[in-house]
Design a protein around this ligand. Structure first.
Ligand code: ZN
Ligand code: FE
Length: 251
């Protein structure tokens, strides 16, 4: 199994899971880049995976399935019109002989899911490089619980998120935790990747745990910033996360 990015819009990645001339795509928000990829690679589209119903993740599905009638695996709630195989927490999906477990991760949207198999996570807009998705529908406590679930996965898990937001997220991470030297190192590494036209994702969960302020609710520097924002010490991890997310939204 090989995984390639298909860039879409300004900063989306549609992930292409490839094996033996077949490909499944994750979150095809646009049709044209996927059709170009199929033409250039010679791969046959065999499945579509969807994490949530935002247009930049599902916009290409109708046209793709009109041309290639493939199964569409996605959240059971709220995307019914494009999803042929509705999924809920704990369901298993087999794509190109690889089994994925479905994780429900409410927060960015209430219906958001991720696809996980050891070593690989497709997490849509829940976790980004050094960042996390905005909480549009769920509560901050729900988003914290969803991120805590991801934080507990094996550290070598590669995080295939749906956007190239890492540089902006790292600038905020540095603001939250100015003394974290691992953030400085990642800022340098990502600058080189981006200057060379390379994606900054996937990164491993271990890298995220070391640099992502939205997973570092137990780091003293993050707690200090949350305390300053709140005017009192946060009562628990969820309150620390919430203070940092609200800080991000205020900028
Ligand atoms: Zn989204
Ligand atoms: Fe998105």
């Amino acid at each position: 199994m090989q995984i390639d990015p298909i860039p879409a819009f300004e900063d989306n990645y549609i992930w292409a899971i490839r094996k033996a001339g077949k490909v499944a795509v994750v979150d095809p928000g646009e049709t044209a880049p996927v059709l170009r990829f199929l033409e250039q690679s010679g791969d046959t589209l065999c499945a579509i995976l969807v994490t949530h119903r935002h247009g930049d993740h599902i916009g290409g599905i109708a046209e793709l399935t009109r041309r290639h009638p493939v199964p569409v695996y996605g959240p059971a709630r709220e995307v019914a019109e494009v999803v042929t195989h509705p999924l809920t927490d704990g369901d298993r999906v087999t794509v190109l002989d690889a089994g994925f477990e479905v994780l429900e991760l409410p927060g960015h949207t209430l219906d958001h899911i991720a696809f996980y198999r050891p070593g690989t996570l497709f997490c849509g807009d829940t976790l980004f490089g050094a960042g996390c998705g905005r909480v549009f529908e769920g509560t901050l406590a729900q988003m914290h619980a969803s991120l805590a679930r991801l934080a507990a996965l094996p550290p070598d898990t590669q995080i295939y998120c749906a956007h190239e937001y890492t540089q902006a997220c790292l600038r905020f991470a540095k603001t939250v935790e100015p003394a974290n030297a691992t953030i400085d190192a990642r800022i340098k590494a990502v600058a080189i990747q981006r200057a060379g036209g390379q994606p900054s994702v996937p990164a491993t969960l271990a890298e995220e745990l070391a640099t992502n302020p939205f997973l570092r609710w137990q780091a003293p520097g993050v707690i200090a910033t949350a305390t300053a924002r709140l005017g009192h010490a946060p009562a628990n991890d969820a309150e620390t996360f919430a203070a940092i997310r609200i800080y991000r939204d205020s900028l």
